[in-house]
Write a protein that binds this ligand. Structure first.
Ligand code: SF4
Length: 335
């Protein structure tokens, strides 16, 4: 019997945050003034081991999950990540293993990740303009390092490769056409993300949002675009193809075109809390079950009970009041 939530949405996509740490301090995700030197990150015993993550993932795959996305923080800062990927790749019934990274550590790890079974990858790159990029990542890492990471991913055969760019008005919106020009015709799928009111630390304001409509109009003025069909139900990005056939882009428009109706995603935090929405303020503790001797059946029953009562549709109900509500930080559960 298919596991459905209260809006008849199946559980298909589990995003696994393997660390709350990152070597970047992106202003819209992990602002340095909050995540500074004194910030208390989770320690080794608090976070799930690779064996615990794999056991949970196997149980979720038995409940209908087909896609596993590894996130963070920055997942490549966690030691020997390739060992986890190899364990996850071996789970029967798991169809799609991918990972989201800031790309700065990719050159050194791409081959190991590929050999371990990673199929494809998403790299965040908000601008090709070094000053703009570094003002956003606040870590002094140049664009060239991330572009080299993307090149390494291509060289080892990770595909498709997607590049995500969060667009913030007055910060990097004047550089979206550069990104489009750069990745057009390369087979790499560029996706623009509307700036979201995730967490409670990124100073989100509605007038900082550049909408999907504006992004399409801006690019189309130079490189005409037309809408393209979704690849599958629950696909997060709206697809647009270049009318000259030279490729496509995607837009993740959580603010101006919310897509909760088809949301089949759950997110697992590094310490084993399951969140049924990116904008939740409450997780469900699986670590206590894992470490308390619960059987796979008991854990599966708990997971099903959490999903069956799920009614999340935050983006469809967003107001200026909800934007101010306490929410889990995106750096804690991945985008
Ligand atoms: S706001 Fe929540 S329910 Fe809506 S699409 Fe995002 S994660 Fe899914």
């Amino acid at each position: 019997m298919e596991l459905l939530d209260t809006l008849q949405r199946p559980l298909r996509d589990l995003r696994i945050s393997v660390t709350d740490r990152c070597n970047f301090r992106c202003t819209y995700c992990m602002p340095r003034e909050v995540f500074g030197p004194g910030y208390q990150f989770l320690n080794r015993t608090e976070i799930l081991s690779y064996e615990e993550i794999t056991r949970l993932a196997r149980i979720f795959v038995s409940l209908g999950v087909e896609k596993l996305r590894i996130t963070g923080g920055e997942p490549l800062v966690r030691k020997d990540l390739h060992q986890l990927l190899a364990q996850l790749r071996a789970i029967p019934g798991m169809r799609d293993l991918t990972l989201t990274t800031n790309g700065s550590l990719l050159r050194a790890q791409a081959q190991k990740l590929k050999d371990a079974g990673l199929q494809r990858i998403t790299v965040s790159l908000d601008s090709l303009d070094d000053a703009v990029f570094q003002s956003l990542n606040d870590s002094g890492v140049p664009v060239a390092t991330v572009l080299d990471g993307i090149k390494a991913a291509q060289e080892v055969g990770l595909a498709p490769i997607k590049v995500n760019a969060v667009v913030k008005r007055g910060v990097n919106d004047h550089t979206v056409v550069d990104l489009a020009r750069h990745f057009r015709g390369t087979g790499i799928i560029l996706r623009f993300i509307e700036f979201m009111d995730v967490g409670a630390t990124n100073g989100w304001k509605l007038d900082s949002v550049v909408t999907a409509k504006e992004i399409v109009e801006t690019i189309s003025r130079e490189i005409p675009l037309e809408p393209a069909e979704a690849n599958y139900r629950g696909e997060v990005a709206k697809r647009w193809r270049y009318t000259d056939g030279s490729g496509e882009i995607g837009i993740i428009a959580s603010i101006s075109q919310p897509f909760c109706g088809d949301c089949t995603r759950a997110r697992l935090s590094p310490e084993g809390e399951l969140y049924t929405c990116l904008f939740s303020n409450r997780g469900h503790d699986f670590r206590a079950l894992l470490r308390g001797g619960a059987s796979d059946e008991e854990i599966a029953a708990f997971a099903a009970s959490v999903w069956q009562v799920r009614a999340d549709r935050y983006s469809e109900l967003r107001t200026s009041e909800t934007a101010a509500l306490p929410k889990v930080e995106m750096s804690h559960i991945g985008g």
